[in-house]
Design a protein around this ligand. Structure first.
Ligand code: CO
Length: 134
C-alpha cells in the first residue's frame, strides 16, 4: 500500500544551525524557510536525489513539536512520510485493521499542498508516520 518515502522530518531547536549543517556541512540543496502557522511549524526542505528531509522548527504557542523538543533538546527524527495513492482508502484499511489514525481521521492539507494523515507511533514501531496522497 505505501509507496515512496516522501520525506523524513527532523525537529530542530535552531533552524539556521540546521540549515548550515545540511547546506554547508553535507552539501545539500536547501529551501528558504516557510512558516506554516496552521501546522505550528516553520519548515525548510532539503532536496535529495531520492527523497527530502524536512527540518521543523516550532512556530507559535501550541506547536505540535514543542514537547518533542523538550524531550529531545538537541533535535531528532520526528516522523517519516510515506506516499499513498488514495489516502481515504489507506485510512479505512488501517482503521479497519485496528491501527490508530490521529485526530478525527480527516486528512489535512500538509506542507506540500497534498492531503496528509498521521498514524499513532505506538502502532508503528515507535515512529510517528505521516501518509501523504501523492
Ligand atoms: Co511531514
Amino acid at each position: 500500500m505505501i509507496g515512496r518515502l516522501n520525506h523524513v522530518a527532523i525537529a530542530v531547536p535552531d533552524l539556521a544551525a540546521a540549515v548550515a549543517v545540511y547546506r554547508d556541512g553535507l552539501g545539500a540543496a536547501v529551501s528558504a524557510p516557510v512558516g506554516q502557522p496552521e501546522h505550528g511549524v516553520t519548515t525548510v526542505f532539503v532536496e535529495l536525489p531520492n527523497t527530502k528531509i524536512e527540518l521543523l522548527l516550532p512556530l507559535g504557542q501550541d506547536s505540535p513539536i514543542a514537547k518533542f523538543l523538550e524531550r529531545n533538546p538537541a533535535g531528532g527524527v520526528h516522523h517519516v512520510c510515506y506516499e499513498v495513492e488514495d489516502i481515504l482508502a489507506a485510512r479505512d484499511r488501517l482503521a479497519g485493521a485496528g491501527y490508530r489514525v490521529l485526530g478525527d481521521g480527516t486528512p489535512k492539507i500538509g506542507a506540500h499542498g497534498k492531503p496528509v494523515l498521521f498514524l499513532h507511533p505506538k502502532d508503528f514501531c515507535g515512529t510517528l508516520v505521516e501518509l501523504e496522497e501523492a
